[in-house]
Design a protein around this ligand. Structure first.
Ligand code: ZN
Length: 179
């Protein structure tokens, strides 16, 4: 399992539901594989299409981060669906393992009500807020074929692209020994 490139068409299409009766692979193996790739990329979330798998599965986790006030956790969501958006819409900085180096502010509602299944197919529904809600909204979008490029407004997208260009120029000069 590895990340597909940022231009892979799978990032722009809606994924198939994960079928527990006829699974594309063992749910536990799938979850472990996704967590491995997420951790390697030092990300807080990863969706199956980001590694080229056309299925509605995502993982989140903060286990490798020493962020104050955030408890360590790892979790997998099969067939997650946002049933309701709640709270005010707020801007927050987001990055994405499919678009390395691109960071931008995206406006999203603060809370969600999420339905999902665990690796045994058991159904859950819960209201999520804070950073968990933010990560889940970004990842559920991936399963619908929506990258954060489509969620950002033009101002923040242009700004992020400019900063990325600057970063690449800087990196090039570094490798050319000019800094
Ligand atoms: Zn992403």
């Amino acid at each position: 399992m590895k990340l597909v490139s940022s231009t892979d068409p799978i990032l722009n299409k809606e994924c198939q539901l994960f079928d527990f009766e006829n699974p594309i692979m063992d749910p536990k193996e799938l979850a472990d594989g996704l967590q491995r790739v997420r951790k390697m990329g030092k990300g807080v979330g990863l969706a199956a299409p980001q590694v080229g798998l056309d299925t509605k599965v995502l993982v989140i986790g903060m286990s490798d981060f020493e962020t104050e006030g955030v408890e360590d956790f790892e979790k997998v969501f099969f067939n997650p669906k946002i049933k309701k958006y709640e709270g005010e819409s707020v801007y927050s900085q987001e990055g994405c393992l499919s678009f390395p180096g691109l960071f931008m502010k995206v406006k999203r509602p603060s809370d969600i009500v999420l339905n999902w299944q665990d690796e045994e197919g058991k159904h859950f529904s819960e209201t999520m807020g804070g950073i968990t809600s933010r990560i889940l909204q970004h990842e559920v979008d991936h399963l619908e074929g929506i990258t954060f490029l489509k969620r950002a407004d033009k101002y923040h997208l242009d700004k992020a692209k400019k900063e990325l260009k600057k970063y690449y120029r800087y990196k090039k000069r570094l490798t050319n020994g000019k800094l």
